[in-house]
Design a binder for this molecule. Structure first.
Ligand SMILES: O=C(O)C(=O)C[C@H](O)[C@H](O)COP(=O)(O)O
Length: 307
């Protein structure tokens, strides 16, 4: 297994606003895996998703969708009597806005079976998860996951983490802060977004975000900052990767996740952090031009041919 991504995939409604609603499937950790998978050679190992689904028809549809698109579903747990969560994307004041129905989703129970979770983590070259994964778990399971990632990091595996802070999913800000900094301590790569970090930790610039995570022992950090330059920290020094100018935005959903996926795919393929950040930036610039979080493969293949 080249990459194991851990988290929640939901039913996604996008579009609307006078037109038809479009039903898809997405979730930050799946989105990242989707774009990482696009940059990796499947012959060299799988891109696997670790989540929990229910036993209803929509859970089956999600599993089929992942299978059809080359995502390894062998690690997915099924929970009797549960269903997937759902979210709606609306465009408000030029940015994406999410409303969730996910309080009782199957994915909340993804870390119940410690043996299974631990074996899946151990088998991966790179493990990826986000602050959303942490937010949906009961405190005891969250601590379990952070500890298993710490063990993986100590074994020399790559552990990548995007704090992806969604205030709606945390009951208390100090709980979010504590969990995110604990997870950063278990991670080898951290990929934060500056607006989240500013709102949660009051960082006054991307440099402050780098300093805080570097202080927690993270050796590789790329701070996304919307349409602005990316701040990359690696080998003990911070550098900038300039933004792509004049990007046309249809729906910004998935910008951060597609950056992460292309960044991690490039790193696994041997690119250095600066080249990986440029790959992430270029992928995100394409993804904001489509509705919903996941660009479909034919579209992606057209870009690849153009490139
Ligand atoms: O919010 C959640 O829980 C989701 O997983 C839904 C979205 O697909 C991602 O959040 C998109 O993330 P961005 O790349 O930051 O736009």
């Amino acid at each position: 297994m080249r990459i194991l991504s851990i988290g929640e995939c939901m039913i996604e409604m996008s579009g609307g606003a006078g037109g038809a609603w479009h039903l898809g499937f997405a979730g930050d950790t799946l989105n990242t895996l989707w774009y990482a998978r696009a940059s990796l050679d499947p012959a060299e190992g799988s891109a696997a998703y670790f989540t929990a689904l229910g036993d209803d028809g929509f859970s089956d549809k999600i599993a089929d969708f992942l299978d059809t698109n080359g995502i390894d579903t062998s690690q997915i747990v099924r929970i009797e009597g549960r269903r997937p969560g759902l979210y709606i994307i609306e465009q408000i004041a030029g940015d994406r806005h999410f409303t969730y129905w996910r309080e009782t989703s199957a994915a909340r129970r993804l870390a119940e079976d410690e043996t299974r979770l631990s074996a899946a983590i151990e088998a991966a070259e790179l493990v990826y998860l986000s602050g959303i994964t942490l937010a949906i778990l009961p405190a005891e399971h969250r601590e379990r996951l952070i500890a298993l990632c710490g063990t993986a990091k100590a074994r020399g595996q790559i552990v990548a983490f995007d704090p992806n802070i969604r205030s709606a999913l945390w009951t208390r800000l100090d709980e979010a802060r504590e969990a995110i900094m604990a997870m950063a301590g278990s991670a080898s790569i951290v990929l934060p977004s500056f607006d989240d970090e500013h709102a949660t930790f009051e960082d006054d610039g991307p440099e402050a975000t780098i300093a805080r995570y570097a202080g927690a022992g993270v050796k590789e950090i790329a701070v996304k900052d919307g349409p602005r330059a990316i701040h990359v920290f690696a080998d003990g020094k911070a550098e900038r990767v300039e933004a792509v100018p004049n990007v046309e935005v249809v729906d910004a959903t998935g910008a951060g996740d597609s950056f992460n996926g292309a960044y991690l795919g490039a790193r696994l393929s041997g690119a250095d952090p600066l080249k990986a950040a440029a790959a992430g930036r270029d992928m995100a610039a394409q993804v904001v031009g489509v509705r919903g979080a996941l660009a479909d493969w034919p579209l992606f293949e057209r870009w690849a041919r153009k490139g």
